[in-house]
Design a protein around this ligand. Structure first.
Ligand code: DQA
Length: 146
């Protein structure tokens, strides 16, 4: 089983970006741990990060046929991107949306996710742990799928 983890704009700044909200770990550290957790779960985990909406849409589109599922943190594009939502939908891949912070406890514009309806579920508010929980949820979902 192969899983692609897709990270949106500004997540490359994790570690120094508003650590009170997003923690002190870098994205590389979080993704390295996720790869190890993938080994324990028996799945291969690859990850990408792009700041640009188009690059993210392309990465999701290319995942079809190469990966069994997606974990995505669309970052700010969660709240704005119809094209990323359409890309997830078009990929036909099961996708779990994750967020480090609890977006419902933040500004009203973060309460809406345009991308979540294209996903099988959403996990937020557990810091980097949201990625681990999202990966486990996706693997269990895939194992239950025919
Ligand atoms: C985020 C939440 C988004 O609202 C924000 O724009 C981000 C990070 C999170 O992981 O908590 O960039 O996706």
């Amino acid at each position: 089983m192969k899983i692609l983890v897709v990270n949106g704009p500004n997540l490359g700044l994790l570690g120094t970006r508003e650590p009170h909200l997003y923690g002190r770990e870098t994205l590389s550290e979080v993704m390295a741990r996720l790869r190890e957790e993938g080994v324990a779960l028996g799945v291969d985990v690859d990850s990408v990060q792009f700041d640009g909406e188009g690059e993210l849409v392309t990465a999701v589109g290319r995942a079809r046929g190469r990966y069994d599922g997606l974990v995505i943190n669309p970052a700010a594009l969660t709240h704005t991107s119809v094209s990323l939502r359409d890309a997830i939908q078009a990929s036909g891949l099961p996708c779990v949306e994750v967020h480090l912070s609890n977006t419902h406890a933040r500004e009203p514009f973060r309460h809406v996710s345009l991308t979540a309806p294209a996903c099988v579920g959403q996990i937020m508010g557990f810091g980097a742990g949201s990625y681990s929980l999202g990966l486990r949820a996706l693997v269990e979902y895939l194992k239950r799928s025919p």
